[in-house]
Ligand binder design. Structure first.
Ligand code: 3HC
Ligand code: NAI
Length: 698
């Protein structure tokens, strides 16, 4: 039963046990109410400890209950009843005490926490705010700086920092419950007063309008497009300026408004999508998985180095194999430089840099990889070179060692054909910079066994990545979709959109940067080299006119100080280029394309409907298990705004499948089937009135 009472003399412990994270479901809310009632009505009880079993104190409201009206009592009601009840209450915090969990702790009079555990108000990540008085209690008990930071970033903080800010009273490295009982006994003995936070006030003079304006400015870049942070700030302003009874009404209004905001639905979709992406259909949750205690990486270039760092960062030793000592030294040198740069910013201690570097060892000899549980290949993007590597690996490492390729496009089935026991082979597609980008696209080859897939999904989580599974197709999920999107962007340039106009529309939509600026950043020579190896039927010659000419002029992008855009020396700001304008006009004339004014709406429709249409094909072909996996890929690998829920969620919920299909058909009439063929899945969903949510591939 939730809130069952254990008595230890004058101290009672109300126990909660709602696996896996003690989310505050209806039963837990009722349990809190009941426990308070029992304690208040029992004369022997002088203090009540709120405690949890399992891996954490309450990690928040139960998100699965969102969307339907909560069964009473609601959490705001519960925390109010708690904080007003005459019994002395102590929260015993451990694990990740988040959202409603932290708010429950803030409704207690005192808080004791396990050293190294975390507290936070991550509601903003779900598009909402800490609406069970968190926005009102935290700035009153801690300080306004701390509260604003915690609420608007949504990032959990160590209890040690929370203690320094005043939100936690005591931190213990010992047995939490024993120490909580001792603490409660001390408080009883000292006749310590109750401390309802709603009675505390804030020194208004310190936090004037200018203070809040500065704070808003300081987070503007990071919170671009998001509505929830601003609502939290308004709540804190109310906490500063109004008595609790009034400011709590502002929180209520903001909270209701945030729950109605489509951003909340989108962000909650993303929360569950990322967790769903981690599951392999048909594989039991408790299936035995392999352990990965040591890793090898082949190739210490741009990707290999970053990939290796991910493992060293979490204490897993990595052996890096290169062609020769020189390449090895160079690669290890770059890794050291990266760590040193992080250390200089104060985000890593010297000792930690040494520890991580000690986990990274180099070799040029395959026999030294015999112990590896997993080998990740990151050599040149060339089928023959990669096949050679896998043949050698197949002959040298243990037969159960998992083999992975970081290829961007190559066929993993073909690579697996040279390997003994191909069921251990798969793609692990990291994104550049591999030690930073959160996405790990896991490519399931025809013979990859489910337990290998699940092992790598679990490993992704262990190295702090978001894993999502793709099937074998050109570009897998992410790069395949990118090609549809980039292709429309290029067509729009030919038809008269200026690169900076197009990029601005994409940026304003919420993308981190426009696709043309991204091409300049990545280097125009990559595509140029790829096209050299193809014949003219295999790429869009009309779009290539601009890029081929730019490359041949030596304008390779940012790295040469000029590409599609011009750049001033030492400045990465893209500037419109008259050369690009001239080349685009030439191309339009040469290929008989009429240039015209292009609207913002058309840019969005053509780029993102195309992206979505490719996504539908990926799903239709079974190259993704679910539409939400595609959202996960595109948000974490390509910066699609999470508050729009990913390209698939956005298309279905913000635009509508029928409207998109109509527009795609119109585009097909104008531009032809070559660019616009409605996905059969989209046609089928519209015909049947179905939803992307119903598609589950195996
Ligand atoms: N409600 C419902 N289910 C939840 C949940 C929640 N608040 N938090 C986690 N879960 C579920 C997950 O969906 C997952 O389910 P699954 O196994 O079926 O996929 C399971 O618990 C385990 O979660 P994780 O895989 O994320 O486990 P981790 O150990 O990696 O992380 C965690 C644990 C840090 C607690 C992480 O789950 C998390 O950040 N949870 C969300 C916390 C949060 O946002 N709290 C605020 C909720 S809103 C709120 O409180 C409103 C209030 O202000 C009124
Ligand atoms: P890179 O050229 O920076 O590094 C490749 C490294 O592999 C070089 O250091 C080279 O010496 C080494 N190498 C080549 N053949 C080898 C062999 N037979 N044995 C051992 N080492 C060998 O290339 P990069 O960018 O790191 O790409 C590697 C792979 O990752 C490619 O398949 C690429 O498509 C993929 N990838 C690249 C991304 C990027 O943004 N650079 C993003 C995602 C994937």
């Amino acid at each position: 039963m939730q809130g069952s009472i254990e008595k230890r003399g004058a101290v009672a412990i109300a126990w909660f046990d709602n696996p896996p994270v003690n989310a505050i479901s209806h039963e837990v809310r009722q349990g809190l109410m009941d426990a308070i009632n029992v304690a208040v009505n029992d004369d022997e009880i002088k203090a009540l400890i709120i405690a949890c079993r399992g891996r954490t104190f309450m990690a928040g409201a139960d998100i699965t209950e969102f969307g339907s009206s909560p069964k009473p009592p609601g959490l705001p009601e519960v925390v109010m009843a708690m904080s007003e009840s005459p019994i002395l209450k102590v929260a015993a915090i451990f694990g990740t005490t988040l959202g409603g969990g932290f708010e429950t702790a803030l409704a207690c009079d005192y808080r004791i926490a396990q050293a190294g555990s975390k507290v936070g108000l991550p509601e903003v990540k779900l598009g909402i705010l800490a609406g069970a008085h968190g926005t009102q209690r935290l700035p009153r008990v801690a300080n306004v700086d701390f509260a604003l930071k915690v609420m608007t970033s949504g990032e959990p903080v160590l209890v040690e920092a929370a203690q320094e800010a005043g939100a936690v009273d005591r931190v213990t490295a010992g047995d939490l419950i024993e120490d909580a009982v001792n603490y409660a006994e001390e408080l009883i003995a000292a006749a310590a007063p109750r401390r309802p936070i709603q009675d505390m006030t804030i020194d208004k003079a310190k936090y004037d309008e200018e203070y809040f304006a500065r704070f808003r400015e300081s987070i503007a870049r990071k919170t671009r497009g998001l509505n929830a942070p601003e609502r939290s700030i308004r709540c804190v302003e109310a906490a500063v300026n109004l008595p609790f009874a009034e400011s709590v009404l502002v929180e209520r209004e903001m909270s209701l408004e945030s729950h109605r905001d489509p951003q909340a639905k989108a962000l909650q979709h993303v929360f569950f999508a990322e967790r769903q992406a981690n599951k392999v259909p048909g594989l039991a949750r408790d299936a035995a998985l392999r352990s990965i205690d040591s890793v090898a990486v082949i190739g210490a270039g741009t990707m290999g180095g970053g990939i290796a760092m991910n493992f060293a960062n979490v204490g897993i030793p990595v052996k890096i194999l290169e062609m020769n000592d020189e390449a090895l030294e160079k690669g290890l040198g770059v890794i050291k430089k990266n760590y040193d740069a992080t250390a200089r910013k104060g985000r890593l201690s010297e000792a930690e840099v040494e520890k991580r570097m000690a986990l990274l060892t180099g070799t040029t000899d395959y026999s030294e990889l015999a112990d590896a549980d997993l080998v990740i290949e990151a050599v040149f993007e060339n089928m023959d070179v990669k096949k050679e590597v896998f043949k050698t690996l197949s002959n040298t490492v243990r037969p159960e060692t998992i083999l992975a390729s970081n290829t961007s496009y190559l066929n993993i089935d073909e690579l697996a054909s040279v390997v003994e026991k191909p069921e251990r082979m798969l793609g692990m597609h990291f994104f550049s910079p591999a030690n930073v980008m959160r996405l790990l696209e896991i490519v399931r080859a025809e013979k990859t066994s489910p337990d290998v897939l699940a092992t790598i999904l679990r490993l992704a989580k262990a190295i702090n990545k978001v894993g999502a599974v793709a099937g074998v197709c050109h570009g897998f999920i992410g790069n395949r979709m990118l090609s549809g999107y980039a292709s429309q962007a290029n067509r729009l340039l030919l038809e008269g959109a200026a690169p900076h106009q197009l990029d601005q529309v994409l940026y304003d939509f919420g993308m981190p940067m426009g696709v043309i600026a991204m091409a300049d950043l990545a280097g125009l020579d990559i595509g140029y080299r790829m096209r050299q190896a193809l014949d003219e039927t295999q790429y869009d010659v009309e779009s290539a006119y601009l890029y081929d000419n730019l490359v041949e002029m030596g304008r390779l992008g940012q790295k040469t100080g000029a590409g599609v855009y011009d750049y001033d020396p030492g400045d990465r700001t893209p500037k419109p280029s008259s050369i690009t304008k001239k080349l685009l006009a030439e191309a339009a004339e040469k290929f008989n394309i009429k240039q015209r004014e292009i609207s913002e709406e058309e840019i969005i429709e053509r780029c993102f409907f195309s992206l979505f249409n490719v996504g539908c094909n990926i799903l239709h072909e079974g190259m993704a298990y679910r539409a939400s996996d595609i959202d996960t890929v595109y948000i974490n690998g390509y910066g699609f705004p999470a508050w729009r829920g990913g390209p698939m969620h956005w298309a279905e919920h913000a635009v509508g499948l029928e409207k998109i299909l109509d527009r795609i058909r119109e585009f097909a009439d104008i531009y032809g089937d070559k660019y616009w063929q409605p996905s059969p899945l989209l046609e089928q969903l519209v015909a049947d009135g179905g939803s992307l949510r119903d598609i589950q591939n195996s």
